[in-house]
Design a protein around this ligand. Structure first.
Ligand code: AMP
Ligand code: MG
Length: 430
């Protein structure tokens, strides 16, 4: 059986970055830029004022003070968006607003707060030095220089820089399209009341949410019966082998273990390859990974396959450890594996040596140290152990029981608001 590290390594080796597309700027948030961006203009594009005030010749203001102000003649007002019409000459000044172009001749700005309006003209109360409060053309960016590199993940600042440089439709790595498939004859949808022997399908919803959190798009969310033909045809359709739009990845839940009616693996093997199955971990041992080639489809390429175990906690943990990094790699991201952080356990954790275990916990940063508290019963079917959990304590296969106060490593999961974490810390409940 592979270790978690070996499995992740094998999966990431098989994952390729998706093709690039041009996207409208606002849709580029979270995507990876696929082209270098060079400044098409200087930024700022012209010398302009950094303050609301008065453009002057610094030499005119020598010795100015509140007691003996220098009085200047005011020529015109230049607001942001205006173009100055007269040059500032000795004994004169122009009223200039923040972001408005500097008038010719002036070499400094005096802040409005350092002036007073008088009947005889504008009184300057402080001396100015050449260059005061002027933002010079190109001081931020020079035209022709590279402002963003291919491979950069686009956040708010990058979106702003793209806008500044007129890149309204940047070339980005495409968002992965992911099909979510729940298997199980026992499943009914969330809106229904389960009959005898039935349970509600929670994994479809959990997985769709995790896919969205990972920055990928949903191709489809479907339920399939525990039936070989139905499983095979649904996988075929998700991979686009029926001529429809293929998913880049299919994530199934359930049906991947050794049960009599677990058809996911044979169905996959009939149309693609099963690259790995079973990982030495707890929860999540029966996880599978494979590929469905599309050589017979006009689109070419391949659809990746992730067969996650059906127990809701196993589904989430295997998504976090294997699927999220793979989706990130498809999206062109580089830092795929979340770093382990050192945590101090607030209570003891039992662990029988054998498999690497991931214990759901609430981690709280207190005085520079992360304190991790397991979230109760850890059965792989107990979804409640994921509620309020923001970390997985990573216990190695060889490790024995861990006492309260001992050090361990943990992965911080998903997106958690610091406030939510503090709320948990505050009163011990949600
Ligand atoms: P399986 O791997 O199909 O044997 O499923 C393992 C366990 O997970 C069983 O108890 C299933 O009922 C449960 N399970 C499977 N799929 C889902 C799902 N979509 N939502 C909630 N529980 C599920
Ligand atoms: Mg099943």
């Amino acid at each position: 059986m592979l270790t978690v590290e070996e499995a992740l390594d094998a999966i990431l080796k098989a994952v390729k970055t998706l093709p690039c597309v041009r996207v409208p700027l606002l849709e580029a948030r979270g995507l990876v830029l696929a082209e270098d961006i060079f400044a098409d203009i200087d930024s700022p594009p012209f010398d302009n004022s950094a303050v609301d005030g008065f453009a002057v010749l610094a030499s005119d203001t020598t010795g100015a003070s509140a007691r003996s102000p220098v009085v200047l003649r005011e020529l015109e007002t230049v607001s942001a968006g205006d173009v100055p019409t007269v040059a500032v000459t000795e004994g004169a000044c122009a009223r200039v607003m923040t972001g408005a172009p500097m008038p010719a001749g002036a070499d400094a700005m005096v802040m409005r707060e350092d002036t007073r309006e008088t009947d005889g003209g504008l009184a300057i109360l402080e001396p100015a030095r050449p260059g005061d409060h002027i933002r010079y053309r190109g001081e931020g960016v020079r035209a022709g220089t590279r402002v963003l590199s291919a491979g950069t993940r686009i956040g708010a600042a990058e979106i702003g820089m793209l806008a500044m440089m007129g890149s309204a439709v940047p070339l980005c790595v495409r968002r992965p399209r992911v099909a979510v498939l729940s298997t199980g004859d026992e499943l009914v949808d969330a809106g229904l009341t389960p009959g005898p022997g039935q349970i509600r399908d929670s994994n479809s919803y959990t997985l769709a949410a995790l896919v969205a959190e990972a920055g990928a798009d949903i191709h489809s969310v479907q339920h399939v019966r525990d039936d070989m033909a139905a499983t095979e045809s649904t996988l075929r359709a998700c991979a686009g082998l029926d001529g429809s739009l293929p998913a880049d990845a299919i994530i199934t839940s359930g049906g991947v273990s050794v049960g009599d009616r677990d058809f996911v693996k044979p169905a996959l093997e009939s149309i693609g390859s099963l690259d790995l199955w079973r990982v030495k971990m707890k929860p999540g041992k029966p996880v599978a990974f494979g590929r469905i080639p599309r050589q017979y489809s006009f689109r070419g390429g391949e659809t990746l396959f992730f067969g996650l175990p059906g127990n809701p906690v196993s589904t989430m943990v295997t998504f976090e450890l294997f699927v999220r990094p793979a989706l990130w790699k498809m999206a062109g991201r580089r830092d795929l594996i979340k770093p382990r952080i050192p945590v101090k356990l607030t209570s003891g954790v039992e662990h029988r040596p054998g498999r690497q275990e991931f214990v759901r916990a609430t981690a709280v940063l207190d005085a520079g140290i992360w304190h991790a508290t397991p979230t109760g019963a850890q059965g792989s079917g107990i979804l409640g152990s994921m509620i309020g959990a923001n970390a997985l304590i990573d216990i190695s296969a060889e490790c024995g029981d861990l006492a309260a106060g001992s050090e361990a490593a943990a992965v911080i999961m998903g997106i958690h608001e610091p406030n939510a974490i503090n709320a948990i810390k505050g009163d011990g409940s949600e």
